[in-house]
Design a protein around this ligand. Sequence first.
Ligand code: TYD
Length: 138
Amino acid sequence: MEPSFYEFRKIEDAKGNLVAVEGLRDIPFEIKRVYYIFAVTEGARRGFHAHRELQQLLICVHGSCKVLLDDGLTKTVVTLTDPCRGLFVEKMIWREMFDFSPDAVLLVLASEHYNEEDYIRNYNEFLRVCGNKGDLID
Ligand code: TYD
């Protein structure tokens, strides 16, 4: 699958840098929730789920990390290092985040409030629900 990125304008002056991201203007959804992941334990892998409806934009605002995206047919891995670039993660995409640098801060903009019922945390259930023919894990 092809990852989808959004590029944001860096407003740069003698005082430093600023990036603004507006829902429905710079990204394709209204922002209902913001969270950030930081001080990730060395070697830890996060995520391991898909969402039924939630859309998200992932911006590594400091440091770096990798994101595996899986639509049930193909997988791709992207490296996030640029605070001016956001990775769009559509609904029904399995994601895993890993290789966080010790200083990484991963900012996530989300289209919905937190709802545990929107999560699919079982990979085989994800494959069944998304209808793609990936490899079922025994
Ligand atoms: P989870 O989404 O499983 O984290 P990751 O995918 O990065 O491994 O969430 C971890 C915990 O945080 C889980 O107990 C749910 C809670 N949580 C909230 O309370 N609100 C939120 O907006 C998010 C994303 C998680």
